[in-house]
Design a protein. Structure first.
Length: 409
C-alpha cells in the first residue's frame, strides 16, 4: 500500500477521478431534481434521463474502446476533459433562455466522452501499477467511489437547492479544467506506429470478437452482466419514488438513502482491501447478487425508513465485495493493449440491457405498480446470481493459450 501511495501515476489518476466524481454527483442530483420539478414528477421523463445517459454508451463504447487502445491515454483523457468543458458553455445559454430539455444534452455528451477516457484510465493503471498492487488500487478506487456515493448526493443536493441549476452546471467548467491540469502531469505513452485506418480498426475488433468466442468464462460473465443490468435498469430511475411514495418522505431525503448505500460500499471496499487475495470469488459474487435481489424486494415492501436504510447498507457492502472480486480478477488477466477493445465489446451488452430495463420501468410502473417492478427486478437479480455459479476463478494466467488478457471496469 505504501508503494501504491508513492506511485505518481496512480495519485494523478485518483486526483482526476475525485474531481470527476464531484462533477458526476453535482450534475446527477441537479438534473434529477430539475427534471422532476419541470415535469411535475413524471416517471417517464425521469426514466428518459437515465436512457439518455446510457444510450451513447451503447452506441460509442465499441468504437471508443478500439480507439482508446490505439490512442495515447494521457492525451485522450485530457481531450475528453476539454471537450466536456466546451460542451457546457452553449448549454448554459440554452438553459438560461428557458429550454430546460437541454440538460439531457449534458448527460449525453458526458456519456460519450467517458467511453474514450475510462479505458485510457485503466490502461494507465495496468501499465504503471505493479501487479501485486492492483488489488489495493482497485479497492482504493472503490473507496473513492463509495465516499462520493455518501457525500456526492449531499453535495449535489446542497448546490442545487442553494444556487440552482445554472450554478450546478457552471461548476462543471471548473471541475473539468482542474482535472485536465492534473492529467497534464501524467507520463506520455509511445505513439502507435501503425496508421489508423478502417481496416486496422476492423482487424482490432475481430481480435476482440475472437477472444470472446474462445473463452467460455468470459461468455458466462457477459450473460451475467446482461441479466444483472436488466434487473438493475428496471429500478435505476425509480428510487426517488420509493422514497416519496413508499416511505412518505421528501424528494431531498433520497440523498440519505444513497449515502447509506455508499457507506455499505465503503465498508465493503475496506474489507476487500484487508482480505486481498483471500476472497472466494464465486461464493462472493453469488452471495452478493442474491442479497442484492432480496434487498430490492424488501425495500419496496418496507414502509419503515430504518429497514429500507439498513438494506441499502447491507446490499452496498456485498456489492462492493462483488465488484472488487470481479474487477481485480479481470484486470489482473488483461494485457494493456486489449483493455479498450474488451471493454468496448462487453459494455454494449451491459448498457443495452440496462436501457431495456430503464426504458420499460416508467411504463411498467404506470401500467402496474412500484411494488411489481421492484419484485420483478429482485427476481432477475437472483437469476444473475445463478448464472454466476458457472464462473470459474481458479485457473491461472499461465494457462491462457493465446496470451490475450482482458479487463472489465
Amino acid at each position: 500500500m505504501k508503494e501504491l501511495l508513492r506511485n505518481r501515476v496512480f495519485l494523478l489518476v485518483m486526483a482526476s477521478d475525485v474531481l470527476q466524481q464531484v462533477g458526476i454527483w453535482v450534475r446527477n442530483m441537479a438534473l434529477l431534481y430539475y427534471v422532476v420539478q419541470q415535469t411535475q414528477g413524471d416517471p417517464v421523463a425521469v426514466s428518459l434521463l437515465t436512457v439518455v445517459e446510457y444510450a451513447p454508451i451503447f452506441l460509442f463504447s465499441l468504437v471508443g474502446g478500439v480507439l482508446a487502445d490505439r490512442w495515447r491515454p494521457k492525451r485522450t483523457m485530457i481531450w475528453g476533459d476539454i471537450l466536456s468543458f466546451l460542451s457546457i458553455v452553449p448549454i448554459l445559454f440554452v438553459v438560461a433562455w428557458g429550454y430546460w430539455q437541454a440538460v439531457f444534452v449534458v448527460t449525453m455528451i458526458s456519456a460519450i466522452v467517458s467511453q474514450f477516457s475510462q479505458p485510457s484510465s485503466s490502461k494507465l493503471l495496468k501499465t504503471h501499477v505493479p501487479e501485486q498492487e492492483l488489488t489495493a488500487a482497485m479497492a482504493m478506487t472503490q473507496m473513492v467511489s463509495s465516499l462520493f456515493i455518501i457525500l456526492g448526493p449531499i453535495l449535489g443536493t446542497f448546490v442545487y437547492y442553494t444556487f440552482g441549476v445554472m450554478v450546478s452546471l457552471s461548476s462543471l467548467l471548473v471541475i473539468f479544467a482542474l482535472s485536465a491540469c492534473f492529467l497534464f502531469f501524467l507520463p506520455d505513452s509511445p505513439r502507435s506506429m501503425e496508421k489508423l485506418s478502417v481496416q486496422a480498426v476492423v482487424r482490432d475488433l475481430r481480435g476482440g470478437l475472437l477472444y470472446l468466442r474462445e473463452h467460455a468464462n468470459l461468455k458466462v460473465l457477459m450473460v451475467m452482466f446482461g441479466v444483472l443490468a436488466l434487473g438493475a435498469g428496471l429500478t435505476a430511475p425509480l428510487d426517488i419514488f420509493l422514497v416519496t411514495e413508499r416511505l412518505g418522505l421528501a424528494e431531498a431525503d433520497l440523498q440519505w438513502f444513497t449515502a447509506l448505500s455508499g457507506s455499505g460500499l465503503l465498508i465493503g471496499a475496506i474489507i476487500a482491501a484487508s482480505l486481498s487475495g483471500r476472497l472466494k470469488g464465486k461464493g462472493v459474487v453469488f452471495a452478493g447478487l442474491i442479497l442484492l435481489g432480496a434487498g430490492t424486494m424488501i425495500e419496496v415492501w418496507s414502509v419503515w425508513p430504518v429497514l429500507t436504510g439498513g438494506m441499502r447498507l447491507i446490499t452496498g457492502l456485498f456489492l462492493a465485495l462483488t465488484q472488487t472480486v470481479i474487477g481485480t480478477y479481470m484486470l489482473t488477466l488483461v494485457r494493456a493493449e486489449y483493455i479498450g477493445r474488451i471493454n468496448g465489446l462487453i459494455t454494449p451488452i451491459f448498457t443495452g440491457c440496462t436501457l431495456i430495463g430503464t426504458g420499460l420501468s416508467g411504463m411498467l410502473v404506470a401500467q402496474s405498480s412500484l411494488i411489481f417492478v421492484y419484485m420483478l427486478s429482485g427476481l432477475i437479480l437472483m437469476l444473475a446470481a445463478l448464472v454466476a455459479l458457472r464462473l470459474r476463478f481458479d485457473y491461472p494466467v499461465a494457462k491462457q493459450a493465446d496470451g490475450v488478457e482482458i479487463a472489465v471496469k
